[in-house]
Ligand binder design. Structure first.
Ligand code: GDD
Length: 317
């Protein structure tokens, strides 16, 4: 089976490739841009076929799809950092929505019938009231960031192409996922890196933070990418599924867990630049639909994931 992963140089994409390489009869193809960072793919670079492709360029996508002829596509490439979607909203929307459109159009025009998974996001739910927790797939979408809007664009485009053309598209709404290789701007990596720097004496014992009152539902990235695979094996085309732990954690508690890993005493200070024009207050998902459809289960407790992230950064700072 020929499996194409977009976003292999990123966090979830590189973990998905790790998972795919453990499966029998799977040939993995990935794409990268000429200027993509490659530290996350060094360990499997020789085991997969990698093509240069810019998803924002329709002809580049079509050329690549014509060569790869995928049976499965896992579409993970995206502008994925929420704050960047305020400073670069056009870039975020074009990369996320038009990039995906180019894949759909290439597949359709070449006449292929791959199964396609879309990495949509819990950010699409945005503002959720207390009686809507845990969030089901049927919940209203009230995005609070351009990023959330871009993911709704991807999500709805997936729905529309599945209905209009009968394409086998499964939309997964991933809640927060974390682990080693997560970029240092995302909250767990950001805090873990700062604590590691303090532990190693590389910075003053001050941790800079944003909104600590937000609540997020974290899952280890390795459980998430296994879920992506199961989604294309078992889920219904055109449908949408939450992938999440179902457990809400205050960001303040995540910070306290990390601070508990150093022997140093630290001071916590708010950095105004880290506060967003609007931050989704609470995201806790209901994963019943996905579990019942696929048999997916969480296997890695958050405490283990966070410890591994801290150790990852201790080795790198
Ligand atoms: N990054 C960051 N840095 N976040 C902070 C900080 C900080 O110093 N302090 C508090 N936070 C809060 C943010 O305001 C947010 O409420 C929460 O921590 C998580 O922030 P991020 O890790 O940046 O993730 P996100 O929730 O905005 O988005 C992530 O999850 C989505 C799924 O819900 C990303 O991975 C998205 O790509 C993904 O779709």
């Amino acid at each position: 089976m020929r499996v194409l992963v977009t976003g292999i140089t990123g966090f979830a994409g590189s973990h998905l490739v790790d998972y795919l390489l453990t499966l029998p009869d799977v040939q993995v193809f990935g794409i990268k841009r000429w200027r993509s960072r490659t530290e996350n793919i060094k360990h499997f670079e020789q085991k997969i076929a990698i093509y240069e492709c810019d998803l924002r360029d329709a002809s580049s996508v079509r050329d690549m799809i014509e060569v790869v002829l995928p049976d499965r596509i896992f579409h993970l490439a995206a502008q994925s950092f929420v704050p960047t979607s305020w400073s670069a909203p056009t870039e975020s929307l074009v990369t996320n929505v038009i990039g995906q459109l180019n894949i759909f159009e290439a597949v359709r025009r070449i006449g292929l019938e791959p199964r396609i998974q879309l990495a949509c996001s819990s950010e699409e739910y945005g503002l959720v009231s207390e009686d809507e927790i845990p969030i089901k797939e049927t919940n209203a979408l009230r995005p609070l960031s351009p990023y959330g809007v871009s993911k709704i664009g991807q999500d709805m485009l997936g729905y529309q192409y599945a209905r209009s053309y009968g394409m086998f598209i499964v939309r997964t709404r991933g809640f927060n996922h974390t682990g080693c290789r997560r970029g240092p701007v995302f909250v767990c990596s950001d805090f873990a890196k700062q604590v590691a720097e303090i532990e190693k004496g590389r910075r003053d014992p001050v941790i800079w933070v944003g909104n600590l009152d937000a609540i997020r539902d974290f899952t280890d990235v390795r459980d998430i990418v296994r879920g992506y695979w199961l989604a294309l094996e078992h889920c219904d085309p055109g449908d949408v599924y939450n992938i999440c732990s179902g457990v809400g954690r205050k960001i303040r508690d995540v910070l306290d867990m990390l601070i508990g890993m150093t022997s140093k005493s630290v001071e916590v200070k708010v950095d105004e630049c880290r506060l967003r024009p609007s931050d989704v207050p609470v995201l806790i998902g209901d994963n019943t639909k996905f579990r019942e459809k696929t048999g997916w289960e969480l296997t890695i407790p958050f405490e283990i994931t966070l410890k591994e992230i801290y150790e990852y950064w201790l080795e790198r700072v």
